[in-house]
Structures are given as C-alpha cells and as structure tokens.
Write a protein that binds this ligand. Sequence first.
Ligand code: SDX
Length: 367
Amino acid sequence: MDQKTDDRTLSPGLEGVLAGETAIAKVDGLNGKLTYRGYPIGDLVRHGTYAQVADLLWTGEWAPSADLPCAPLTDGVIKSLRALPPGTNAMDALRGAVSAWGAAERPTWPPTPEQARALTAIAPSSLAAFVRIQRGDEPIDPDPSLPLSAGFLYQLNGKRPDAASARALDAYFIVAAEHGFNASTFTARVITSTQSDLASALCGAIGALKGPLHGGAPSEVVSQLHEIGSPERAEKWINDALDRGDRLMGFGHRVYRAYDPRAAALREVAEGMAGTAEWLKLAVAVEDVALRVLKERHPERPLQTNVEFYTAAVLQGVGLPPAIFPATFALARHAGWTAHCIEQGQANRLIRPDVRYVGPAERALPA
Ligand code: SDX
C-alpha cells in the first residue's frame, strides 16, 4: 500500500487507539473514575495499604494480611549508586539501580509476582541510598518491621516517620500505583512483549516516566507555585505563561476530561496533614484561576487538574525534596508497571504497530 492509496486513519501519539485489553485498572476519563481490579480508588486510599494494593494488582485478589517491607540492596546495586557523579538525576540513579539488580538476579521471562515483589521492594531502598550517598551519608539498611512507604522515609532520614506522614505517603503510593496504558506502562509492556526481562522493562518505564509531560510534572508544579508566590499574582502569572505557550504543570490529561479522581484524593490527604495549610491555600487559589483561564482559552477541550497538582502538596508535606518527586512517583508505579508486565506475559503478542511511509520514493544512488 502506498501513501496515495493508504486511507488508514493516523492517530498521532496513538491517541484514542485501542492497543490492548487489561483487567488491572479501569480509567474512566469521561466520568473521572478510577478502579483497581474493580475497587474505587477512594475506598482503597481510605481503607487499604500500599502492600495490599500492590498484591491486588499483581494477583487480582484482596489479601488483608499482605505486607511489603523494603528490601536490602546487594553490593552491586550500592556500587552502581556510588559510581554516579554529584548532581545525578534521581531517575537516572533509579534506572541504574534496577539495571544492576537485573544483572545480578537475571529474572527470566515471563515476569512473575515474586519478581514484581522483589523489584518493588528494592526500589525505595535504592532511591534512599542514592540520596544519602549524594549528600555524603552512608545508606541505611531497611527496617523489616516497617511497610514500604514508611520504610522508605526511614532509610532516607534515619528515623521512623510520624504516623501522619507515614499514612500520607502510603496514601500517595496507592494513588500513584497504577493507571492503565500510560506512556511508561505501555513502554514496559512493549519491552515485555519481546520476551525481554522485567528489569529491562522497568528501565524503559523509568526512562519514559522521567519526561515532564508524564512523571516529571510534580517538581515543576512546585517551581510554578513558588514563582507565583501569592494568590493575588496567580491570574497574571498564568496568563503570561499561557501567552508564552507554556504548559501549566498539573493540568490536562490524555484520558481524563473530568477532574482526576486522584487529585481529589490527594487534596483530601494534604488537607489532613500538618504544615500544609499555607501551601494548600496558594495551591487551591492557583487551581481555581488555572481552571477558569484554561476553560476560557480552550472551551473545546476540558483541561482539568491532574494527579500531579496535589502530589506536590503531599510529598512536600512529608519532607521530600522536589528533585526526587518523579523518582518517588516511580517507586509507587513499580506495582502497576510490574502488574502489567505479568499480564502481558500471560497472553503475549509482540507489540509492533504499523507505520505509513512518507519518505522519498524509490530512487537510484547518485553516480
Ligand atoms: C501523568 O496517561 C496517564 O495516565 C499519565 C498519568 C499516569 O498516572 O500515568 O496520569 C500521569 O502523566 C499526568 C500528566 C502530568 N503532566 C502534566 O501535568 C504536564 C502538563 N500537561 C500536559 O502537557 C498535557 O495535558 C498532557 C501531556 C498531560 C496531555 O497532553 P495531550 O493529551 O497530548 O493533549 P495536547 O497536548 O494535545 O493538548 C491539547 C490542547 C493543546 O492545545 P494546542 O497546543 O493544540 O493549541 O490543550 C493544551 C495544549 O496546548 N494543553 C494545555 C495543557 N495541557 C494541554 N495548555 C496549557 N497547560 C496544560 N497543562
């Protein structure tokens, strides 16, 4: 088929293309609903733990006794972190740690829940060790009595987190754990579909999540709110930014045409945290102006708040530096990524879409 006779519809960015089926999460973009294996995200945040949710994503069943502590790092992973230059991006460090884990563990295809659990459990230990090494401190071994999110804060700060911070971060991990065929998850499925291993799939996923259009947004939300500084400055700052063609970080979504239910869940979490009142006051004021201005400028396209906007409030509230917000998102998303790799391996078909050739017609090489 050549360009002239090829009447197939092209969807840039695969927008609206049905690329597969999944039983893991339902992302209802029109109504702003999200369920994991049929359970609404709000119920999971209010009544569940990240360990239970990760197990649900991997196995499809709810196990009240599920637990998931951080795992200790092998020397190889620690060596990979110590070799990194000062100022290394935390996503590059995490990608390197996962690669070092894969080189040592050599996970075989197809991916399994055991591999998923092992990789999800070393990720927080890797990120915490990276941050400590970069600031000249020694890594701290995990405390097996702590759940993964609290264990991450312990390994990062050297002390057990207070109950409110532990609860807030666990809620964030649940909210960020899974979201259908987003760019990084689809990347992981493509790599798994070639019968490559789970570590390689997650290295690709981390690379995809690093981009500011995807997981890189929450730290940009912090910079934007710092630049705006006060509710009174929001209107002018937002209009100037949009006039420059800049994107407002934390708004818009390829699937959600309604308010992202995760943003609502995280706003509720942030409102229950100490020390976030001032920040939330600014965030809510900026959100109101942004939604109104975006609606005025794009009446044809509803641009709502997405998960990243209130992510900044929660992660700042538990004391994490904005530089590691994307990598913290990656820690949480390990559960969803690995669940999709397991699902891909269960009914695999090599993912290889078609493409329309629009280059030069066949021609002879110059003499
Ligand atoms: C995540 O897919 C997932 O599920 C992802 C995620 C997950 O859990 O895995 O939900 C996580 O990635 C959340 C999104 C985080 N990113 C941001 O907050 C960055 C800012 N948002 C955007 O850049 C944008 O909204 C995207 C990338 C999220 C979605 O982009 P689309 O679907 O490709 O939409 P588009 O770029 O075609 O935008 C349509 C129009 C454009 O107008 P034109 O340029 O064609 O005139 O809406 C405008 C855009 O300019 N627009 C925005 C905007 N988002 C879209 N204008 C200003 N600010 C924005 N944030």
